[in-house]
Write a protein that binds this ligand. Structure first.
Ligand code: NAP
Ligand code: GLV
Length: 319
């Protein structure tokens, strides 16, 4: 019987149907992630490895799992997997695109609104007992309606965010590796080179994958191009923005605020400098975290693992 190893504890309703056909083993704890060595040891003879985004599935792990046929990643991004190495070893890699697009676009917009109107910062003011009077300019933020939004990465989620932005009467600019004429026509968005988009936008949203080209895409130079009244929202991956440069731009008021769902290190260390700034809104990487969407993502993983183990073509193959 083929063995599936799952590196996170998943709901039994998802795993149970697989147990009838495969030897399914999974990590026991919902609150702790597996270490690199634990993955190597526990998945040693697995035919399928069901991974989470924080698992570093590098060449070392891939070469140590001799029976492996498929790696199925719980998420659309797959920067945590050495796909070239998987390909070299004839291992199929799958992910969960599409089913999380709208949920992640909702969260992106929630983070945009929260950052613009300082929602989490001012809520903390109430809870700390600091709301003792009302004055005209107290707790004021930036308008979202009618503002200029720059989306970097006009893919599935980028387009879903552009649709929402139109409801807020925003002027939407985008930058993408390739021009998206369909999106321009459907959503009325305008293509711009990166520097120009950064100079013109009131809000900049990052929605590219983390790759060799996008790592450090937004650093000191790029942040300096932004308006002093602008905010940056990162729902893509931590490594796309240089966090040290972001911290300095926020402290020196080169930009107005940041909204972050993702970080270079996750969970973000509690003593991270960005957490000391009131003009940073932070979330614990919850872009796709609605109950329905998370279950739909797991269904895709389960289907694709079963397909590969039955020598069929999976629906969401990366390599
Ligand atoms: P997608 O449909 O593949 O869209 C990605 C877009 O980025 C594509 O349009 C792509 O351009 C563009 N791109 C790639 N490299 C680029 C570069 N160097 N410069 C400019 N644009 C570039 O993916 P998606 O489903 O929208 O997801 C996007 C990313 O969001 C994921 O990879 C993941 O990292 C992140 N994400 C985060 C969460 C969360 O919980 N925070 C949830 C879901 C996804 P082309 O058209 O040329 O390929
Ligand atoms: C989440 O970050 C994803 O890539 O699905």
């Amino acid at each position: 019987m083929d063995k599936i190893y799952i590196t996170r504890k998943l709901p039994e309703e998802i795993v149970e149907p697989l147990r009838e056909k495969f030897d399914v083993q999974m990590w026991h704890s919902e609150s702790t992630a597996m270490t690199y060595e634990e993955i190597k040891a526990n998945a040693k003879d697995a035919h399928a490895l069901w991974t989470a985004l924080s698992d570093n599935i590098d060449r070392g792990i891939i070469e140590s799992l001799q029976n492996l046929k498929v790696i199925s990643n719980f998420g659309v991004g797959y920067n945590n997997i050495d796909v070239e190495s998987a390909k070299e070893h004839g291992i199929i890699v799958t992910n969960t695109p599409g089913v999380l697009t709208e949920t992640t676009a909702d969260l992106t917009f929630a983070l945009l609104l929260a950052t613009a109107r300082r929602i989490t910062e001012v809520e903390q003011e109430i809870r700390a007992g600091n709301w003792i009077s009302r004055s005209p300019m107290q707790y004021t933020g930036m308008d979202v309606f009618g503002a200029t939004l720059g989306i970097i990465g006009m893919g599935r989620i980028g387009e879903a965010v552009a649709r929402r932005a139109k409801g807020f009467d925003m002027n939407v600019l985008y930058h993408n590796r390739s021009r998206k004429l369909d999106a321009e026509e459907t959503h009325g968005v305008r293509y711009m080179e990166l520097d120009e988009l950064l100079q013109q936008s009131d809000f900049v949203i990052l929605l590219t994958p983390l790759t060799l080209e996008t790592k450090g895409l937004i650093g000191e130079r790029e942040l300096n191009l932004m308006k002093e009244t602008a905010a940056i929202i990162n729902v893509a991956r931590g490594g796309i923005v240089d966090e040290q440069a972001l911290y300095e731009a926020l402290v020196s008021k080169k930009i107005w605020a940041a909204g972050l769902d993702v970080f270079e290190q996750e969970p973000i260390p509690i003593n991270h400098p960005l957490l000391t700034l009131p003009n940073v809104t932070v979330l614990p990487h919850i872009g796709s975290a609605s109950i329905r969407t998370r279950l739909a993502m797991m269904e895709l993983n389960a289907k694709d693992i079963e397909a590969v183990l039955k020598n069929k073509e999976p629906q969401n193959r990366i390599v």
